[in-house]
Design a protein around this ligand. Sequence first.
Ligand code: PMP
Ligand code: GLU
Length: 397
Amino acid sequence: MKLAARVAKIKPSETLAITAKANALKAEGRDVIGFGAGEPDFDTPANIKTAAIRAIEAGFTKYTPVSGTDELKDAIIGKLKRDNALDYKRSQVAVSCGAKHTLYNLAQALFETGDEVIIPAPYWVSYPDIVVLAGGQPVIVDTLEKDGFKMKPEQLKAAITPRTRAVVINSPSNPTGAAYSPEELKALAAVLLDSEILVISDDIYEKIIYANYPFANIATVEPKLKDRTIVVNGVSKAYAMTGWRIGYAAGPEQIIAAISKIQSQNTSNPASISQKASVEALNGDQGVVAAMVLEFRKRRDVIVQLLNEINGIKCMLPEGAFYVFPNVAEIYGRSFRGKKITNSTELIDYLLDEANVATVPGAAFGSDSHIRLSYATSLKNIEEGLKRIKNAVANLD
Ligand code: PMP
Ligand code: GLU
């Protein structure tokens, strides 16, 4: 059957594909430990669930305004003021069905053929394809492990051309966990000051940070960029609400109006019940977030230590999010039963087949020397999973 050409230009989301594969194997009875899914393993906090149940009982089950209710927009405005010292009006906020949908709408609103979008690698799997679906051209800037996987101002400068429309900053990062300090962001901002380049600041892991400096947003650090920055965030990661599908953008009125127009012709509003739950997430007790972050930090310390005990693996200590991105290049060239492992895809296939451990190949994030493990799983799973990986790597010749 003939499909639109755009379908062939993109790949399915590898993070979601691997999670689905691991779940299918588990359903068949295989004892698979999943480090694939990038979603908190904690339950959505009780106060948030109660708000949703109340919404259903009160009949808050109908269409809402396309770009979200005023109540939720006000909660988002309050959050951006409180946490990020950024002021917005309701007309500068649009709520969508997850931050992924926000990014998709944004790309549709901004990019067309010939437009270049700078994406530092390693990058979250979906950025390049979201740009490609809009007809834009991703321009990948390879960051270095020795620089903590952070884009240097010189690298940003070198990537800029007259066609550059935007740069994506994701801090803390999926998949590396790198988090930019306020000074590092200020240095990147300095490169952009003389241009009209937009900044897409994906702050979805904002709350999950372990660095000894606070989370910073480029628009907070350099107010001159605020009129050109679109802040993207959501409730999925901070509040263990991945299934509720609420994300949002805050930025220039014209761009927000364009997102809303596009959304009015595809999904309409995000789920009314999820919007009520998100109001409670943002306005309610934030103690639950701190408790989850504390637990993630413990797991991070354990998983990094266990990975570094494996011959052939080197893992940096992430500063945020809930992923580790170990360098596994030393393993390439070793063989199992005469078959050589030569790249991240072959390695993760081997780990799934022989060790019953699901991980994601670094190639999906633009770095084939690495693999990604999500440590949003119990310490017990981390200890058992890493034992399996250690044995599997030791079994290679
Ligand atoms: N940005 C990044 C960097 C992510 O890792 C994710 C995870 N899915 C998203 C955006 C989208 O999150 P959601 O659609 O669940 O809000
Ligand atoms: N962002 C998560 C991940 O990277 C969830 C899956 C996805 O949306 O890609 O695993």
